[in-house]
Design a binder for this molecule. Structure first.
Ligand code: THG
Length: 371
């Protein structure tokens, strides 16, 4: 090994860490200052279980930012671009967060636990600091903190059967993004119909970090009947499905993008009555004209392994966009990518190419989702 990564307290372990090590995790990434499994050494099997069976994922690094107190709703509304009126207790919503320049800084799932208590289930950026700073500057009466809550996901077409075996028939009636608090053999959980794939499934938010191995073991044993196996948020499936990956498709420090460019325009409710961070800037962005759009790309030639970095997208030698992430699609049997493309370039442009560093490939625009 050319180098080692130090496992220490500066990067946190999820409550499922030991269980995933025991199950043969082969790579970790870091997300919200916490290790998150990347794969278990069987990419074909992990993808196949997600599409045809059921996979279990340690997504404890999807940290919760709890906002609780009399002004909790005021802050949550102020932080998000989306109109939250009509949101009920027990309901989740996908809520883009922008900074004051209208740049996306996170895209959490919001869980409304009660009218005075919310969780933001965040992507990889420091939203607790942001939320607390804004709340304190505005003199709001609430607390912002990270509770002892760590999700794991079961995803795939057989997740329904597994969830029914674990929790009972009521779970089949749970609507998308809705959730319920349950005691599962004495383990406190929030169970939601959600998850970062388009294959369907549930997320189990563990509310006692000492019981990660126990929960992991229970799900694994119950899942044997359905051929369950460990996995992780799957880049091939998310590319095919066109799911937004904050951190890959946009990250405000390195490759900033606004929600209109990212296809989240319907979740920016500029004319709602209550104020929110970024509204003025977002109005200006629309007035001046949105300059890029998020597209799929087909990439010619030999299969391209996934890449970790934005790549240049060019037309006749001119930069016309950035390729956010590339991967091989098992369903389409070709390399695909998600990119941000200048609006001056049409969908039928034939001369696009991607600079892979060692190689230059022809690319063509595809509609999202791919599959
Ligand atoms: N679940 C939970 N927390 C999370 C994620 C999750 N935090 C980090 C990250 N994922 C947040 N980002 C997303 C991005 C997309 C979706 C969910 C979270 C998603 N999108 C659907 C889509 O694009 O089709 C539906 C969006 C909608 O229409 O409302 O599910 O996965 N707990």
């Amino acid at each position: 090994m050319p180098f080692q990564i130090h496992v220490g307290p500066n990067i946190r372990k999820s409550p499922y860490f030991d269980a995933t090590v025991a199950d043969g995790v082969r790579s970790f990434s870091v997300y919200n200052h916490m290790y998150i499994p990347g794969n278990f050494g069987d990419p074909e099997g992990e993808y196949r279980r997600l599409l045809n069976g059921v996979a279990m994922w340690d997504v404890g690094a999807q940290r919760q930012v709890e906002i609780a107190g009399p002004d909790a709703e005021v802050l949550v509304r102020y932080l998000t671009t989306r109109d939250l009126s009509g949101t009920r207790a027990g309901q989740g919503r996908y809520v883009p967060l922008c900074n004051h320049d209208g740049i996306l800084i996170n895209d959490p799932v919001l869980l409304k636990l009660s009218p005075t208590r919310y969780w933001l289930s965040i992507a990889d950026s420091d939203i607790a600091l942001w939320a607390e700073g804004i709340a304190r500057e505005r003199g709001l009466d609430l607390r912002v903190f990270e509770p002892d809550v760590s999700p794991m996901a079961i995803q795939g077409p057989k997740a329904r059967d597994l969830a029914r075996d674990l929790f009972g028939d009521w779970i089949l009636d749970l609507k998308y993004f809705w959730f319920r608090e349950v005691e599962f053999d004495g383990i406190p959980l929030v169970v939601a119909r959600s998850g970062w794939s388009k294959q369907g499934g549930f997320e189990l938010y563990l509310m006692d970090g000492t019981r990660g191995s126990e929960l992991w073991g229970r799900v694994k044993r119950a899942g044997r009947a359905y051929g369950i196996g460990p996995g992780a948020p799957n880049d091939q499936e998310r590319l095919e499905s066109g799911l937004l990956s904050y951190g890959a498709d946009a990250r405000y420090q390195q490759f900033p993008a606004n929600p209109f460019e990212l296809g989240l325009g319907a979740m920016v409710n500029l004319d709602r009555p209550d104020e929110f961070v970024g509204r003025t800037a977002l109005r200006q962005i629309l007035e001046r004209g949105v300059r890029r759009r998020r597209v799929g790309l087909f990439i010619d030639g030999e299969p391209v392994a996934s890449n970790g970095h934005p790549l240049d997208l060019t037309l006749a030698g001119e930069a016309v966009g950035v390729v956010c992430e590339v991967g091989f699609s098992p369903r389409l049997r070709r390399s695909i990518a998600i990119a941000l493309l200048d609006n001056a370039v049409g969908d039928d442009e034939a001369g696009l190419s991607v600079d892979l560093g060692h190689d230059r490939r022809r690319a063509s625009v595809a509609r999202l989702p791919f599959a």
